[in-house]
Design a protein around this ligand. Structure first.
Ligand SMILES: NC(=O)c1ccc[n+]([C@@H]2O[C@H](COP(=O)([O-])OP(=O)(O)OC[C@H]3O[C@@H](n4cnc5c(N)ncnc54)[C@H](OP(=O)(O)O)[C@@H]3O)[C@@H](O)[C@H]2O)c1
Length: 264
């Protein structure tokens, strides 16, 4: 890429987090212009300085959005101009206490699940315009316990680990739904387990994580940038390899979850 006009553009959400910063650096090093989506201006600026230093690239900038709020995500998309070649949904939380957004949605479900869905929907037009384009949903092997009748822990006692595992199962299932939806649009959608790195999120879940941020970012960066993956879609990856996803076989569950999320 020689000019700003021809540079491919990538969004990374949660880009001031441990893995998000390393993903942003890795994609910038691959020659993309990178937009780091963060929710706090000061944390965003600090992370931007770090990513510019680590990647030795200047074509990195920040945008602010609260991904737990639909209005904020669609406002970000409304002020977006031009192409979007890669969207990496990475922002997540695992708060120990249950709380709700001002719209009355349980915060972990809003951020980890609806945040990914809203970003895909809000940026659909930009991704279509830029096809071939890619979406990478950062999920986890730590996934399960999805209850389609109680996604917001209104009936079950809230447990942050259970709510987190549910959200990561949902990321993997919704990846299949969006990959099917966009199959003929030239937009691929894949999910992955990154790696285990010590972060605010991993500590909230009670495990440390011994991999470096760069190791944890390797699979998402590869999915976002490697030319060999141009037509891989609807798959789950770990350690830069396709991995079996037990949730992908549940076509009825995927359709129901997709339909529920479309109501928000
Ligand atoms: N760490 C691991 O070992 C591990 C293992 C498997 C999967 N993962 C996955 O990897 C991804 C990154 O995790 P991490 O370990 O790097 O976590 P992290 O360091 O805690 O970063 C999480 C990021 O998400 C952002 N975020 C949270 N809520 C947001 C909101 N409402 N709007 C905008 N941004 C928001 C945070 O911003 P603030 O700083 O403003 O809170 C932060 O930038 C997650 O999807 C996680 O599920 C991590």
């Amino acid at each position: 890429m020689t000019s700003t006009e021809s540079k491919r553009i990538a969004i990374v959400t949660g880009a001031n987090g441990v893995i998000g910063k390393a993903i942003a650096s890795g994609i910038a090093k691959a020659g993309f212009e990178v937009v780091m989506v963060c929710r706090d201006e000061k944390r965003a600026q600090r992370a931007l300085d770090e990513v510019r230093r680590a990647s030795e690239r200047s074509h990195v900038r920040t945008e602010l959005a609260d991904l737990s709020r639909r209005e904020s995500v669609f406002a970000l998309a409304a002020r977006w101009q031009g192409r979007l070649d890669v969207l990496v949904n990475n922002a997540a939380i695992a708060p120990r206490r249950r709380s709700e957004t001002p719209e009355g949605i349980e915060v972990q479900f809003a951020t980890n699940v609806l945040g990914y869905v809203w970003m895909m929907r809000a940026f659909e037009a930009a991704l279509r315009r830029s096809a071939p384009a890619r979406v990478v949903n950062v999920a986890s092997y730590w996934a399960g316990d999805l209850d389609l009748t109680d996604l917001q822990f209104q009936r079950r006692r809230y447990d942050n680990d259970q709510a987190y595992r549910q959200s990561k199962q949902a990321n993997r299932m919704l990846t299949v739904a969006f990959a099917q939806r966009w199959h003929d649009a030239g937009i691929t959608v894949n999910s992955c387990h990154p790696g285990d790195a010590n972060s605010a999120l991993s500590n909230a879940l009670g495990f440390g994580g011994s991999e470096t941020p760069e190791q944890a970012a390797a699979t998402p960066v590869w999915l976002a940038t490697d030319p060999s993956l141009h037509d891989a879609t609807g798959q789950y990856f770990a350690n830069r390899q396709p991995a079996h996803c037990v949730f992908a076989a549940d076509a009825q569950g995927i359709a129901t979850l997709d339909e529920i999320c479309s109501r928000y």
